[in-house]
Design a protein around this ligand. Structure first.
Ligand code: TMP
Length: 213
């Protein structure tokens, strides 16, 4: 059995993570690997149901729907179901798991953006998901002007409850991601996402070189 790897893609809105997840999965399948692509929040029926709540909010409660701690608990609950029902079983059978967002999104959005402490996010992750971390986290970074252009093309029907938060919130998210990559250079690879998808994909493959035969 080949050894699977757990790779997460992270970054702000409009960074091109989903496209890169798809291109990476295709490239790994061509090399003969068993690959599972998934996303957070979501990836299992239970976690997708929590995703719909988190991104759409609840009608009739005037906007925010949950306080920052409740929101962090919901993300951690979705992750727990995802880890136990999909990610761990896939890794156990030797598959690669390519995950569009994971724990570092909670650290950046609910922590950096929402004000929870990193220690509290880590505690929720220990309780929910036994602290499982990816083998490598690819931080896809784009300049703000490019992110705005991509979002205008993608979100023609408006942004979701979290994507639609103000520029100050998203600036805190971006600087939190950047700080995480600085603090843990072995766990993160920074990927310049400003170029076209194929150029960015080449950077992603290069970042994974140590895991590839
Ligand atoms: P996206 O994956 O389609 O970008 O949408 C997910 C949204 O949820 C995005 O705005 C980031 C946000 N998010 C969090 O706030 N915390 C998390 O832990 C995760 C996984 C996502």
């Amino acid at each position: 059995m080949t050894q699977g790897r757990f790779i997460a893609l992270e970054g702000g809105e409009g960074a091109g993570k989903s496209t890169q997840a798809r291109l990476l999965a295709d490239a790994l399948r061509i090399r003969g690997f068993d690959v599972v692509t998934t996303r957070e929040p979501g990836g299992t029926p239970g976690a997708e149901a929590i995703r719909a709540l988190l991104l759409n909010g609840v009608e009739g409660d005037g906007g925010e729907s949950w306080n920052p701690r409740a929101e962090a608990l919901l993300f951690a609950a979705a992750r727990s179901d995802h880890v136990h029902r999909l990610i761990r079983p896939a890794l156990a059978r030797g598959a690669w798991v390519i995950c569009d967002r994971y724990l570092d999104s909670s650290r950046a959005y609910q922590g950096g953006g929402g004000g929870l402490s990193d220690a509290d996010i880590a505690t929720l992750h220990d309780i929910g998901s036994d602290g499982l971390l990816p083998d490598l986290t690819l931080l896809v970074e784009v300049s703000p002007a490019i992110a705005v252009q991509r979002l205008a093309l993608r979100d023609t029907e408006g942004s979701d409850r979290i994507g639609g938060r103000d520029a100050g919130y998203h600036a805190r998210v971006a600087s939190a991601f950047s700080a995480f990559a600085d603090e843990e250079p072995a766990r993160f690879a920074r990927i310049d996402g400003d170029g076209d998808p194929q150029a960015t994909h080449a950077l992603v493959v290069a970042a994974l070189a140590r895991f590839l035969p």
